[in-house]
Design a protein. Structure first.
Length: 224
């Protein structure tokens, strides 16, 4: 009689290693469930025979376990969903690098005697006034724009100063005031900047601009 040896037998060492890996991969929900069941079994073993747990108590505790497990699974699903959305936003935002965007800001960049900025008016104004200042806060130019409709008001400054000279190229800042018969209008200063880079933060995907600000996709008014 010929004895056939099974060379395909899996070693105990390999099985132990695999079981160890599976144990390591146990989720938080599974661990919580095991602890809960252990406590429940221990409680039932040590209950008072004259005052045992009724079915309602057991059902209530099992329902609590189901709720905790469901919340844990929901949290894991939400974390995965948020990660997927943030990754998608990062890919979308990376295509913005090098593009000119319009966001809230009060800087005016004068280059070769030309600059472009904007004001967002939430309502029609009877009088709009823009005051441009240099980095030291000194008034360089005052512009009275008169009556303006609500919406985005695009403005251009050629560098002319109140004294009739041409200001040097560089970064300036401006203030805007708007009024109507009803009173003061909360006009929002807007600035054009270039997207330098994109980064991820706790608050989501952020785009880093040439005016040293970081904004989200939702804060961009226009893209050019």
């Amino acid at each position: 009689m010929t004895t056939v040896q099974n060379d395909n037998k899996v070693s105990n060492t390999l099985l132990d290693a695999m079981n160890g890996s599976r144990n390591t991969a146990r989720t938080t929900a599974q661990e919580a469930q095991d602890r809960f069941m252990t406590l429940l079994v221990t409680q039932m073993k040590n209950q008072d025979p004259l005052n045992p747990m009724d079915n309602a108590q057991v059902t209530s505790q099992l329902a609590q376990l189901s709720t905790v497990t469901g919340i844990d699974k929901l949290n894991n699903t939400m974390e995965a969903l948020i990660g997927s959305v943030q990754s998608s936003q990062s890919m979308q935002a990376s295509g913005m690098i090098g593009r000119v965007v319009l966001t809230e800001g009060n800087n005016v960049d004068l280059f070769e005697g030309d600059s472009l900025f904007a004001v967002d008016l939430p309502a029609s104004a009877d009088n709009v006034k823009v005051t441009i200042k240099d980095a030291d806060g000194i008034v360089v130019r005052e512009m009275s724009l008169g009556k303006q409709p609500f919406g985005l008001l695009e403005l251009n400054w050629g560098g002319e100063t109140n004294s009739g000279e041409i200001a040097a190229d560089g970064r300036y800042f401006y203030e805007v005031s708007a009024t109507s018969a009803s009173g003061t209008i909360n006009a929002v200063p807007m600035a054009y900047s270039v997207v330098n880079s994109v980064s991820n933060s706790a608050s989501g995907v952020q785009m880093n601009l040439t005016n040293l600000k970081s904004v989200s996709l939702g804060e961009i008014k226009q893209v050019f």
